[in-house]
Design a protein around this ligand. Structure first.
Ligand code: BES
Ligand code: MN
Ligand code: MN
Length: 455
């Protein structure tokens, strides 16, 4: 039997196995899930071992990395497959149709936290490897799996882990499936990801909450002040108002502009998937440009004062917000964190105190749009989907991709199998079941194509 037939014959079983993986609530952000993180790592390692991989669970100082290796021959290419077994918190639970860690099938979708981000996607590559091992008895090339547990919390320990394990991780190319297609039945290979920068901002006024009758009008209200500061981060045309914010923003090439113009993008349909009444992006750019090639600034949350039942008339002591900014070439997170801090210090009135905590982030990345690895990937996508892939970018960030290039000197193939409306990081996260199966097939076809690349 050939590997693709094996996958077709075993579709039902593969889906049940993915459900098992999704039942483990591996939420990296919450300490209450530490045990689940360990069982999830164990599940992945056990699966690899059953496939004849040498598998280990490696300490990183945080949640462990699962490393698996199958060596076939020194003369064949070695690919390093990266994925993450951690998932986002499931809250708000009341917005889920079903329990987030009890996967169900509905209208062709598998619904569960982690279905598309990233369990369904990395598991497809385990199935791709399995299809060879169960039919041909061995792989057509060398594979290393590195499945981490801290992607959703900024991969804090990963750069050092990679630095320390350079030899173990040595490969010819990296493969990452943790993103999206261009649309349904519109497969894509991604050639770029935005970077990210994080800051926390806290404004403090009085040293405790005060009665707003006794002190209102004479002592500044930190919630009011923070709201105004946030309001001054953009101008009326949607541009970011921070001094020098755009200094290092690259100019999109003619090739890229042409690429963008030729994509079958339906702006109304895209808007409809969000439930939002209208677009609101930086003036002078299209929605695709807003998400792929322009930087952004967003408050992820805002806290301060009293929001409980009934009334509590106070001047709150403090207010805070967490902000992320998406970066495009050639912006750098540290530079951007410094610039937002300087700007906030400049505009913040002296009747409150301001604290900015800078958390850095990850660099934007662009990967090659040509070459033997990419050609192999395009062929594999065509085999599985019956269509040539589009070349797309992603608005999201996978900071480790830049580490692969900087520390290991490797290019990364980014083949996303999700859809933009899979509800990643949202309630009712889902993965199209047919996308899962085609991801498994792409994986098998890709191993075959990559094995023919001369190294
Ligand atoms: N899979 C996403 C990255 C992604 C998002 C790719 C959207 C393509 C489209 C990843 O799991 C993620 O959520 N990354 C974080 C990075 C952060 C925690 C450093 C992100 O983009 O917010
Ligand atoms: Mn992900
Ligand atoms: Mn994610």
């Amino acid at each position: 039997m050939n590997p693709l037939d094996y996958l077709k014959e075993n579709e039902a079983k593969s889906l049940e196995q993915l459900k098992d993986l999704l039942r483990i609530p591996s939420v990296s952000a919450q300490t209450a899930h530490k045990k689940d993180m360990e069982s999830c790592a164990q599940w992945v390692a056990d699966y690899l071992k059953k496939l004849d991989f040498k598998a280990e669970i490696l300490d990183t100082g945080g949640h462990p990395v699962v490393f698996g290796e199958y060596h076939k021959s020194d003369d064949l290419p070695t690919i390093l497959i990266y994925g993450h077994y951690d998932v986002q918190p499931a809250d708000p639970l009341e917005l889920w149709k079903t329990a987030p860690f009890d996967p169900i099938e509905e209208n062709g979708y598998l619904i569960a936290r982690g279905a598309t981000d990233d369990k369904g996607q990395f598991f497809a590559h385990l199935k791709g490897a399995e299809s060879y091992l169960k039919t041909a008895g061995s792989l057509p090339l060398n594979i290393k799996f590195m499945i981490e547990g801290e992607e959703e919390v900024q991969s804090e320990n990963l750069p050092l882990f990679i630095e320390k394990n350079k030899d173990k991780l040595a490969a010819d190319v990296v493969l990452v499936s943790d993103g999206s297609q261009f649309g349904i039945d519109l497969p894509a290979i991604n050639y770029g990801l935005r970077g990210i920068a994080f800051v926390e901002v806290k404004v403090t006024g009085p040293d405790r909450d005060l009665h707003s009758g006794s002190y209102g009008g004479v002592i500044a209200n930190p919630v009011n002040v923070l709201a105004k500061l946030i309001g001054q981060l953009h101008d009326d045309e949607g541009r970011i108002a921070i001094d020098g914010f755009y200094d290092n923003v690259y100019t999109s090439s003619d090739w890229e502009q042409n690429q963008l113009a030729n994509l079958p993008f339906d702006a109304d349909e895209y808007l409809a998937t969000t439930g939002s009444p209208k677009y609101r992006g930086e003036k002078g750019f299209t929605p695709l440009e807003h998400t792929w090639i322009r930087p952004t600034l967003d408050c992820n949350g805002i806290t301060g004062g009293y929001q409980g039942e009934g009334a509590k008339t106070i001047i709150p002591s403090w207010a805070s917000t967490k902000i992320t900014m998406r970066l495009v070439p050639d912006m750098r997170p540290d530079e951007i964190c410094d610039k937002i801090e300087a700007y906030l210090k400049k505009i913040c009135p002296d009747y409150v105190t301001l604290k900015v905590i800078k958390h850095g982030g990850g660099n934007p990345v662009q990967v090659p749009t040509d070459g033997p690895w990419l050609k192999a990937a395009a062929k594999a996508v065509k085999t599985a989907f019956g269509k040539d892939p589009f070349f797309t970018k992603e608005g999201g960030s996978i900071p480790v991709v830049e580490t692969f290039s900087a520390v290991l000197g490797l290019d990364t193939l980014l083949i996303g199998f999700g859809q933009h409306d899979d509800n990643a990081h949202s309630p009712n996260e889902r993965f199209l079941i047919k996308d899962f199966h085609r991801a498994c097939q792409t994986s098998a076809a890709l191993f075959d194509e990559l094995s023919k690349v001369k190294v």
